[in-house]
Design a protein around this ligand. Structure first.
Ligand code: NAD
Length: 460
């Protein structure tokens, strides 16, 4: 499970060898620790002419304790200014000829971003643009962001955040857009998003409320985590509890001891249940109704693989994978929604995979189930928005768990290195991303599939 190569390149001998042979150079990523500042240095905020977001974004950053750099201030030539983040409001770009403003902002700063710094471009969803020219120019932003993610190196990540126009003024935020823009920026700028890069995130409208204390963004929320006994699910239970949630941790009875250890560790409760049992949805709903009266956040994390090429796969392998990874999620959603146990402001987050985006040899069953999870998000999000409930998925890439430790060495090395950060992610990286989607403040982020893959070349 440990990436020995990544540790080696941090040593003096390792650094010398990497330089001499031009080997992959996985940087040490900045990860979140409670109390950390959002950024390792000041932020530089720029805007295209006529942009609508520079002002609210400046307010959000200042409120979050981020120092805003003044690009006009003179600095001694021998100490060039370095930034923790570059942010650019590109909502004023309405024609391809305006794209030059991106070059003018980013070109002089291309070497000025600190290690594990952030690049964030803010745009308008192309489908909301009034003219084809504007929609075209806004779509073009994706190419810039994805290339910066591949180019800047040293753990710097780059994202495009498309913000709906429905947001209203900076002070009145009836659609929740600005609250969720704030939650999204706080996530993306911080070490929580260490392994997320090259993503396009849509902030629309929804039921979003800011927390009293941003260091406990899930205070008072009751959260269900399936598959919580180990791996990503165990990391998730810990991250959500750290952020203030009351966690209901679920796993199969055979994993009862490990599950109890996780639940005890975080002051949560454990539910032993096989999600594929015919009575699982009603038993789970009964438990949640009697213990908590509601469930604010449902995280469908439990998942299995049963790999074989299609010609060699027996029907059981197909059935089990589809049932655990997809059908059980549908059955549980149906019962919880029908019994109105997920209140307005509720969140559903499902775990997909980059295999569900790109497909994978030997994983026809798994990739089908994980693409289905994306379909579930797409199809449920519009209807549930009316009820104030958001639905999103995360699609992990190569994450260092027992699952990936079993992959043969050469395939494992390729999976680890073939991404912009030249390393595998950790379970905590997936957990932090799910945590952000679960926050009450993130309700206007719905219908998204966010990859936690270090901008993997697979599934591109
Ligand atoms: P894992 O095998 O370590 O953990 C999965 C957990 O789900 C286990 O504790 C297992 O007991 C539980 N589970 C399985 N079937 C269940 C059932 N019927 N009822 C209740 N619980 C059940 O796997 P992980 O690596 O932590 O993966 C978690 C999720 O992330 C899965 O959905 C997986 O497909 C997805 N994912 C993982 C990776 C990766 O690189 N590890 C990549 C992409 C997606």
């Amino acid at each position: 499970m440990t990436d020995r190569y990544a540790s080696f390149v941090q040593s003096a001998a390792g650094r010398a060898l990497v330089k001499r042979l031009g080997l992959p150079d996985p940087p040490r990523l900045r990860r979140h620790h409670p109390g950390d500042p959002l950024l390792p240095g000041p932020a530089l905020l720029g805007a295209a002419t006529g942009g609508r977001l520079a002002e609210p974004v400046a307010e959000i950053l200042t409120a979050a304790g981020v120092e805003l750099a003044d690009p006009t201030a003179a600095t001694p030539t021998d100490t060039p200014q370095r930034y923790g983040a570059l942010l650019f409001d590109a909502t004023g770009i309405t024609d391809s000829t305006d794209l030059r403003q991106l070059y003018d902002f980013f070109h002089p700063q291309a070497r000025a971003v600190l290690p594990s710094g952030r690049v964030i471009v803010l745009g308008t969803p192309p489908q909301e643009c009034p003219t084809p020219r504007e929609a075209t120019a806004q779509r073009a932003l994706e190419g810039l962001v994805r290339s910066i993610g591949k180019e800047f190196g040293r753990g710097v990540t780059a994202q495009l955040v498309q913000v709906s126009r429905g947001g209203g003024a900076a002070t009145a935020d009836p659609a929740g857009t600005l609250t969720s823009l704030e939650s999204t920026l706080r996530f993306l700028l911080s070490g929580r998003s260490a392994y997320v890069s090259g993503q396009v995130i849509r902030v629309g409208s929804g039921d979003a409320s800011a927390p009293a204390d941003w260091s406990r963004p899930l205070d008072g929320q009751v959260v269900l985590v399936t598959g919580a006994a180990r791996g990503i699910g165990a990391a998730l239970a810990r991250v959500l509890a750290r952020d203030g949630a009351q966690v209901v941790a679920l796993d199969i009875p055979a994993a009862g001891d490990a599950l109890a250890a996780v639940a005890n560790d975080i002051g949560g409760t454990a539910v032993q249940l096989d999600l594929t049992a015919p009575d699982a949805p009603t038993r789970l709903a009964d438990h949640l109704a009697s213990r908590h009266g509601r469930i604010d956040v449902v995280v469908h994390n439990a998942g299995i693989t049963q790999d074989k090429t299609l010609g060699r796969m027996d029907a059981d392998r197909w059935d089990q994978v589809i049932d655990v990874n997809l059908s059980s999620q549908e059955r549980i959603n149906d019962v919880l929604l029908e019994r109105e146990l997920i209140p307005a402001g509720g969140r559903i987050v499902a775990v997909s995979s980059i295999a569900g985006i790109a497909g994978n040899r030997g994983q026809t069953n798994y990739a089908t189930s994980k693409a289905g999870v994306i379909g579930l998000v797409d199809s449920l999000a519009p209807a549930l928005r009316e009820r104030g409930i958001s639905v999103n998925a995360v699609a992990p890439g190569f994450i260092e768990t027992r699952l990936t430790a079993r992959i043969p060495l050469m395939v494992r090395e390729a999976g680890r290195r073939m991404n912009s950060l030249a390393q595998g992610g950790l379970p905590v990286d997936v957990a932090e991303t799910i945590g952000w989607l679960a926050w009450p403040a993130s309700g206007a982020v719905s219908g998204n599939v966010v990859r936690v893959c270090g901008q993997s070349l697979l599934g591109a």
